[in-house]
Design a protein around this ligand. Structure first.
Ligand code: ATP
Length: 369
């Protein structure tokens, strides 16, 4: 097992800054997931930790030892890629044990480790097959087996499941989580799939344009996003946003026709955006008091949940998510939307979240239009 520390790590390719002053501590035995939009630098950061990409600036330490200039092969890490990178001419057993052979390990020890890994990943019946005779999920198991067999202190995964179909992804996600519990090694995992991030991570690192936006447990990030980017990134459908402004009396005015929330404590804080998650919204009759009005566009029925699209203005459509049944209003019907005051998120002109949740409820004096 190993801890990882990054201090002011930056990486540029020519004039292009891919990583900008990254500080991060990964604890011994932790499962940390890097997420962020395409091109934000997730894979580069993982490769910096592996030693596959040299840093432009900063310090990388593994287990308290600086390894910034130590080659990948000497860092004691194992890397599992999206492309399984198996040797096509070798069977599964040799693919897994090859690195041990080159390290001149005894046949008995290689056999013992191979049997243990094959058992753990349930691939004992595949050991004589070549990679082309395996399914995508089986190939990924072999790639993980090859990483496991060298008993590394640190596992690095770069989108290992993205070539698999939905069912297999779920199965492998479960296997990787189980593996983490069984071997107890530190794991760092890159994905653009927020379900993987939310379900696998002890802590998630959200990256954007080469910077860390926020680090925290999945629940912390979902409930207490530090800024509008994190609030919009986690959650599917994403958080609904509307521009807001506040007046001198502390009222927040938002919505296409200017509905008002009066929040005393915000007088000094000047929110410019309001956010509400789709699951925080309830569709009600437009005649109900304390609701905003919109036009019902359509509903998507996914079986286990329904997503309704509500038009608030020419260019604002909000989504409503419900585990129950949303009545099938005719497209174009006028409806009302309601929420609990504590579900409101507010952001300032720098897109930082204004902490309001704990005190918001008693402070709201009314919603009007
Ligand atoms: P994705 O989710 O699409 O895989 P990512 O967040 O993993 O993206 P990276 O692969 O780390 O992103 O790449 C970050 C940026 O750095 C991208 O704009 C990419 O084009 C650029 N980049 C990566 N490697 C190199 C390289 N060797 N030379 C030049 N630019 C590079």
């Amino acid at each position: 097992m190993a801890s990882v520390t990054l201090k002011e790590v930056s990486k540029s390719f020519g004039a292009f800054d891919v990583l900008r002053s990254i500080d991060l501590d990964v604890e011994d035995g932790e499962f940390v997931v890097f997420v962020g939009p395409s091109g934000c630098g997730k894979s580069t950061l993982l490769r910096v930790i592996a030693g596959l990409v040299p840093v432009s600036q900063g310090i990388v330490s593994i287990d308290g030892e600086e390894v910034t200039d130590v080659p990948a092969s000497k860092r004691g890490v194992a890397f599992v890629f999206q492309s399984y990178a198996l040797y096509p001419h070798m069977n599964v057993a040799r693919n897994i044990s090859f690195a041990l052979e080159t390290a001149r390990m005894t046949k008995a020890e290689i056999g013992r480790r191979l049997a243990k890994v094959a058992d753990m990943l349930k691939i004992g019946h595949l050991l004589d097959r070549k990679p082309k005779q395996l399914s995508g999920g089986q190939r990924q198991r072999v790639a993980i087996g090859r990483a496991l067999v060298s008993q590394p202190k640190l596992f690095l995964f770069d989108e290992p499941l993205s070539n698999l179909d939905a069912d297999l992804r779920m199965e492998m996600r479960f296997e990787i989580a189980k593996l983490h519990t069984e071997v107890g090694a530190t794991m760092i995992y890159v994905t653009h799939d927020q379900t993987e991030a939310m379900t696998l991570a002890d802590r998630i690192v959200i990256l954007n344009h080469g910077r860390i936006e926020q680090v925290g447990t999945p629940r912390e990030l979902y409930d207490h996003p530090a800024n509008k980017f994190v609030a919009g990134f986690l959650g599917s459908p994403r958080m609904n946003f509307a521009p807001a402004r506040s007046d001198e009396r502390g009222r927040v005015i938002t919505g296409p026709d200017g509905f008002e929330l009066s929040i005393d404590q915000l007088r000094a804080q000047k929110p410019t955006t309001l956010g509400l998650r789709p699951e925080a919204l309830e569709i009600v009759s437009p005649d109900k008091s304390g609701c905003i009005k919109g036009i019902f566009e359509r509903v998507e029925d996914l079986g286990y949940e329904q997503i309704a699209y509500i038009r608030l203005s020419e260019d604002t459509i909000w989504t409503v998510r419900s585990g129950g049944v949303i009545p099938a209003y005719a497209s174009g019907s006028r409806i009302g939307l309601r929420w609990k005051p504590e579900d409101i998120y507010l952001f300032n002109d720098k897109d930082q979240r204004i902490e309001t949740r704990s005190t918001l409820e008693p402070a709201i004096v009314g919603i009007s239009r």
